[in-house]
Design a protein around this ligand. Structure first.
Ligand SMILES: [Zn+2]
Length: 201
């Protein structure tokens, strides 16, 4: 199995041919993986979290779920969830403005910048940051509609396995979120952001 390392706070892009399978792993656990995907031939067709949850009729992922493009076509399938369903389809990718609004001063790495940089390495200048699928991210919609991110329970070595249903470009960002906010824990509050691994099967 060949592997691609995604360093903490950084992003990486990779191409997967139709039928190819790969795993995204959080070796240390508790690390959000912002995931983006594009039709490799038409990068204007990207994975849409919203279209995915309406197709599957739930805002959480299960084994076998299809990831839909914004044109409502299947891009990928979740063939195995090795993280107990702790994934999010609701939170937009973090960006510089988000960090400033939360009180951070100066530049801060972000999943939005990681996406743009990773796509540039493949020669694509993106104009839009799509709503990502956030693997290993713990969010809860409360019965009164409130939306929270409780402490991340994802264990070391947890993974998701995906199969490409067309030729795709994928981007994984090891979310750099490292602020200590009450009721909003994205990554491990102790270790801070950690690296991810992508393994090609
Ligand atoms: Zn992020």
């Amino acid at each position: 199995m060949t592997t691609l390392s995604v360093p903490a706070r950084e992003g990486r892009a990779f191409e997967v041919a139709k039928g190819g399978r790969f795993r995204i792993v959080t070796p240390e656990g508790q690390q959000a993986a912002d995931f983006f995907a594009y039709n490799a031939r038409v990068v204007g067709e990207w994975l849409s979290a919203n279209h995915t949850w309406i197709k599957n009729r739930r805002v959480k992922l299960r084994d076998g779920d299809e990831f839909q493009s914004r044109y409502r076509r299947p891009l990928l399938r979740l063939t195995e969830d090795g993280a107990g369903g702790v994934h999010d389809l609701m939170i937009p990718a973090c960006d510089q403005i988000r960090y400033e609004q939360l009180g951070h001063h100066g530049p801060h790495p972000s999943c939005s910048e990681n996406l743009a940089t990773a796509m540039r390495r493949l020669g694509h200048e993106i104009a839009v940051v799509p709503q990502p699928v956030n693997f290993f991210t713990h969010t809860v919609v409360e019965s009164d509609g409130a939306f929270n991110s409780p402490p991340n329970p994802v264990a070391a070595g947890a993974f998701v396995e995906l199969e490409a249903l067309m030729d795709v470009i994928c981007v994984v960002s090891a979310c750099p979120f490292d602020l200590n906010l009450d009721g909003w824990t994205i990554n491990s509050p102790d270790r801070g952001p950690t690296a991810l691994e992508v393994g090609f099967l």
